[in-house]
Design a protein around this ligand. Structure first.
Ligand code: TPP
Ligand code: SF4
Ligand code: MG
Length: 351
């Protein structure tokens, strides 16, 4: 039951981060998802990432839409701000919250139905505007909550559990995010925590629109032979372009990899992304090359994962709009209502 809180007791020697919090302090209530659902692994990765980044839970705002995936914010970050919107509307509510208070760290969690069908327009505009957020789609290629209809990310030719063939072309959210101007784009797999945790950490540290498409098998409706979003299919066709290590600004940079096979990218906040190249010649700072690489591999039925693109110099929506630095909720009445003379001046400027 979603209202069942986890017991607070934990092992007295459970490790603490620099804030004195244990991993348990980043958990939420008991999950009600099906045992083995990929979404629960993504929740665990988010918990681990926030714990390792030493984020104060009260500084995080988690938002979602509707679906099994969108239920998950109940199962992590129980001490953070949360808003469960209506179906497909998470991006606009997140944009509004972000404009009102730029000091919080925004985490949007959605599903392939939520973002690629009813919320496609919302997804597109939040990404192209460069809202400072981490946007995770828990992509199972199916409407899990409503019992297994094809979603817009189901591959053409893939089969439903009952053997029905999907005749519609699939939307690839990663390619869309690249085309729309996202400044951090990654794909991962719920079954690969070693890859997913650093990607979430890097996305949370990124300034601008960071998008992670996470293939997350639905064991109930889309984990059979014929599905391209099953555990077996993704394991067999996963092609990682790089392995990421995320180094916090204050930590010494230690990289184990052979020189020549590692690229480092320093983000706005000083964090260093250390990328061990797995695909020769893959450059995660070249947007056009990334799009071409994805299209080519997709045509071969491969699932390309890793950090696909990053622009470390990205600006966000606040810079484009030249908003005030102070969150709106701490501005005084006088600052929020500058009076008739100021209004008259503004109107005159628009005539
Ligand atoms: C306006 C509206 N239309 C339709 C629905 C029914 N509905 C609920 S969840 C969902 C799809 C969820 O799919 P996805 O986002 O992929 O999440 P999953 O359950 O697969 O994680 C739909 C169509 C709804 N809740 N609201
Ligand atoms: S129906 Fe599918 S997506 Fe929903 S909880 Fe079960 S396994 Fe997960
Ligand atoms: Mg889904």
């Amino acid at each position: 039951m979603t209202y069942l809180a986890k017991p607070r007791l934990h092992h007295p020697q459970l490790a603490e981060n620099a804030l004195g919090y244990t991993r348990r302090d980043y958990e939420g209530s008991v999950s009600t998802l099906c045992a083995g659902c990929g979404h629960d692994s993504i929740s665990a990765a988010i918990i681990q990432a926030c714990y390792e980044l030493e984020l104060p839970p009260h500084r995080i705002a988690k938002l979602s839409g509707i679906g099994c995936s969108s239920k998950t914010p109940d199962y992590f970050l129980g001490n953070s701000h949360g808003f469960n919107t209506v179906h497909g509307r998470m991006p606009s509510v997140l944009t509004g919250a972000n404009l009102a208070n730029r000091e919080l760290i925004y985490l949007g969690v959605s599903g392939d139905g939520d973002s690629a069908s009813i919320g496609l327009g919302q997804f597109a505009h939040a990404i192209r505007r460069g809202v400072n957020m981490t946007y995770i789609v828990e992509n199972n290629g199916v409407y899990g909550l409503t019992k297994g209809q094809f979603s817009a990310t189901s591959d053409k030719g893939s089969k439903s559990k009952r053997g029905v063939v999907n005749h519609d072309a699939a939307i690839d959210l990663v390619s869309m995010a690249l085309q729309l101007g996202a400044t951090f784009v990654a794909r991962s797999f719920s079954g690969d925590k070693a890859q997913l945790v650093p990607l979430i950490k890097a996305a949370l540290s990124h300034k601008g629109a960071a998008f992670i498409d996470t293939i997350s098998p639905c064991v109930q409706f889309n984990n059979h032979a014929g599905s391209t979003k099953s555990y077996d299919y993704v394991r067999e066709h996963n092609e990682a372009v790089n392995r990421l290590d995320m180094v916090l600004p204050r930590a010494p940079i230690q990289v184990d990899y052979e020189p020549g096979t590692t690229t480092t990218v320093t983000q706005h906040d000083g964090s260093v992304l250390s990328l061990h190249k797995l695909a020769e010649h893959y450059d995660p700072t070249d947007r056009l090359a990334a799009m071409a690489f994805l299209a080519e591999r997709q045509a071969r039925g491969e699932v390309v994962t890793g950090l696909l693109y990053v622009d470390p110099e990205a600006e966000d929506l606040h810079e484009a709009l030249e908003t005030v630095d102070t969150p709106l909720n701490v501005l005084s009445d006088a600052e929020l209502t500058p009076g008739a003379a100021a209004l008259e001046k503004l109107n005159a400027a628009l005539r």
